[in-house]
Design a protein around this ligand. Structure first.
Ligand code: AVJ
Length: 314
C-alpha cells in the first residue's frame, strides 16, 4: 500500500504539470475533514442530495425494484459515513424489501464507523462491508448472481475525468446483469458564484483538506514538505463545468521524499493539481454513458436544481 502511494506520488510529481491522486486525501484526518466539509454552509452538495432522499424516498426506493420478495444486493461505492444512505435503507427495510447492504470504501476507518452506526440505528439491516477501491471491487461484485442495485452517490464520480468515468461505468456495467440498476449522484453544472465557494470556504477547511495530502506524505513517505509554503488554490468556470483544486507553491523550494529517494523542485507559483470535481448535465452524462451498457431511467433533483440523482438501467 505504502509502495503504491510512493509510486503514484513519484509519477505525479515527476510530470511537467505536477499532479497528485485525490484518492489519497482520505486517511483518518482526511475523513474527518471531509465530514466537516459536508457540514460547511458553502458545501451545498450533501444537503441537496439529502433533500432528494428525504422528500422523494418512496419514489426512489420503489424505482429500485419491482418485486418485493426477490432478494437483492444493495452495493454502495464509496459509502463514507453513510448518513444519506440511511434514509434509503430505513425505507427499504420498512417496506419489507429483502436485501443485504454492501458498503465499499477505501477507508477501513469509515467502514467500521458506518457498520457501528447502522447496527445502532437499523439493527435489522444486514450489512456486509467491503474494503477496497472501486476498481478492485468490480470483480468481486460479479461473483454473486443476485440482482443488484449499485449506489454511487455524493458526486463521487466527479473526481473522475470523463474518460475515466466512462471506462469505469463500462466496466461496472460489464460486471452487472440486465435489469440491475445504478443510482448515480451528480452535482449539476451551475454558476461560479455557487460552485467555487463550495471548494474555497471562508473557514479554511478545504485548505486543510488539500494540505493534508502533503501532511500524509510527510508522515507516511518521510517527505519534508513545509505545510505553510503551499496554498490551496481552487478554480472553476461554468463553461467547462469542472472544479479543480491545486496546491500552489508559495516560493521556489525543494522537497525530499525518503520513500522515493528523490528530491522534487517547485518554482514559485507552480501548481500541483490535486483534484477535479466534475459537474454534470444531461448532455455530459449522455456522452459518458454512450459506450457503456447503461441508459437513463429517471432523474431526481432538489428544489433548486443544484444536484441530480440519475437512476440508470443496466
Ligand atoms: C467527495 C468527491 C464528492 O469533489 O465535491 C470536497 C470531495 N473535495 N471538497 C467533491 C471534495 C473538496 C468531493 N467528493
Amino acid at each position: 500500500m505504502i509502495e503504491q502511494f510512493a509510486e503514484n506520488v513519484d509519477l505525479g510529481l515527476s510530470k511537467s504539470e505536477k499532479t497528485l491522486p485525490s484518492k489519497y486525501f482520505y486517511d483518518k484526518n482526511g475523513d474527518e475533514l471531509f465530514i466537516e466539509i459536508m457540514n460547511m454552509p458553502e458545501y451545498y452538495l450533501t444537503r441537496c442530495e439529502m433533500e432528494i432522499f428525504t422528500t422523494q424516498t418512496d419514489e426512489l426506493v420503489d424505482s429500485f425494484r419491482a418485486d418485493k420478495n426477490e432478494y437483492f444486493e444493495l452495493i454502495e461505492l464509496g459509502a463514507g459515513d453513510g448518513s444519506k444512505t440511511r434514509k434509503l435503507l430505513a425505507a427499504l427495510s420498512d417496506k419489507g424489501y429483502q436485501f443485504d447492504y454492501l458498503p465499499v470504501d477505501i477507508s477501513q476507518n469509515s467502514l467500521e464507523q458506518l457498520q457501528l452506526s447502522l447496527q445502532h440505528h437499523l439493527p435489522l439491516v444486514s450489512v456486509v462491508p467491503k474494503h477496497g477501491d472501486y476498481f478492485e471491487m468490480l470483480g468481486s461484485v460479479k461473483d454473486s448472481h443476485h440482482p443488484k442495485i449499485v449506489l454511487f452517490l455524493g458526486s463521487n464520480i466527479g473526481n473522475m475525468t470523463d474518460t475515466v468515468a466512462s471506462d469505469f461505468l463500462y466496466q461496472l456495467g460489464a460486471n452487472l446483469s440486465k435489469n440491475d440498476k445504478l443510482l448515480l449522484g451528480t452535482d449539476l453544472i451551475k454558476s461560479e458564484d455557487i460552485v467555487l465557494p463550495a471548494y474555497n470556504d471562508e473557514s479554511g477547511i478545504t485548505h486543510s483538506f488539500n494540505i493534508n495530502l502533503l501532511h500524509r506524505m510527510n508522515t507516511e513517505l518521510g517527505a519534508n514538505f513545509d505545510l505553510d509554503a503551499f496554498s490551496h488554490a481552487p478554480e472553476y468556470n461554468e463553461d467547462e463545468g469542472i472544479a479543480k483544486s491545486y496546491l500552489l507553491s508559495n516560493k521556489e523550494q525543494s522537497v525530499k521524499i525518503a520513500a522515493t529517494g528523490k528530491t522534487y523542485h517547485f518554482r514559485a507559483g507552480e501548481k500541483i493539481h490535486t483534484e477535479i470535481s466534475r459537474k454534470y448535465d444531461d448532455d455530459v452524462l449522455a456522452k459518458i454513458l454512450a459506450k457503456t451498457d447503461f441508459s437513463v431511467n429517471s432523474k431526481f433533483t432538489d428544489q433548486k436544481n443544484y444536484f441530480a440523482n440519475y437512476l440508470l438501467n443496466r
